[in-house]
Design a protein around this ligand. Structure first.
Ligand code: ATP
Ligand code: MG
Length: 217
């Protein structure tokens, strides 16, 4: 499988308890996968291991059957993965458009092309009319949609979303999760940690985590 955790266990320090225990996960290109489980069960930790931000204490993360342990990981992180966090993270003085273009710009895409692509994605998630507005003047839901547009514009191989609708009202949650789940580029896989069963129901598969172990999925 393209993205594989094999026998992964993690603790944050040698004297702390294990928070991920002997996890095997396989995720295919283009899949949508919900990651569910109680608070503290290890969802954020697993996402961060899947996205090569955290190296697990034990086990392997494989990308296209190859180990990601070496120095290649940092290059892979920026080219193959996009993140959407619970609290929208944006440059507050830059416009919605610049924020949505950010990952493409960071990759060295020509600025006019990056902005044109970003505008298409802002439109797609319903905030195209806010393109010239500084991020600090947007509501939480608007800003979260800008962050989703940024992830979509990058058309990465994997989008990792950590409770992206956790702070939104129900109507905005439906809009935002629709943008992320149903409007992502073909071939982009989505792994979304969520407590919301309605969000999970729209994904193709749910992985359930309890106490650091995968119990279903
Ligand atoms: N940087 C850290 N250092 C030490 N322990 C940590 C660290 N981050 C998380 N933990 C611990 O690891 C366990 C799993 O945390 P994690 O954040 O992965 O859970 P979660 O399922 O995402 O929870 P939530 O639904 O509340 O976001 C928890 O017991 C947490 O306290
Ligand atoms: Mg979490």
């Amino acid at each position: 499988m393209p993205l594989t955790l094999r026998g992964v266990s993690h603790r944050y320090r040698g004297d702390l308890p294990w928070v991920v225990r002997e996890v095997d996960i396989e995720i295919d290109d283009g899949e949508s996968v919900a990651l569910m489980g109680p608070s503290g069960s290890g969802k954020t930790t697993l996402l961060s291991i899947l996205g090569l931000l955290t190296k697990p204490a034990e086990g392997e993360v494989l990308l296209d059957e190859a180990s990601t342990g070496g120095r290649a990981a940092s290059g892979l992180r920026t080219t193959q993965f996009s993140w959407v966090f619970q609290t929208a993270n944006a440059l507050s003085r830059r416009t919605a458009l610049d924020n949505a273009a950010l990952q493409l710009l960071a990759r060295g895409v020509r600025p006019d092309l990056a902005r044109r692509t970003a505008l298409v994605e802002l439109d797609r998630v319903g905030v195209g009319h806010l393109a010239p507005r500084p991020a600090r003047l947007l509501s939480g839901g608007e800003l979260q949609r800008v962050c989703i547009a940024r992830a979509l514009a990058a058309a990465p191989r994997w989008i990792l979303a950590d409770e992206p609708t956790g702070q939104l009202d129900h109507a905005t949650t439906l809009e935002v999760s629709h943008a992320l789940i149903e409007q992502r580029p073909i071939g982009t896989a989505l792994i979304i940690a969520t407590h919301d069963p309605d969000v999970a129901a729209r994904c193709e598969r749910t992985i359930r985590v309890v106490d650091g172990r995968v119990v279903a999925g």
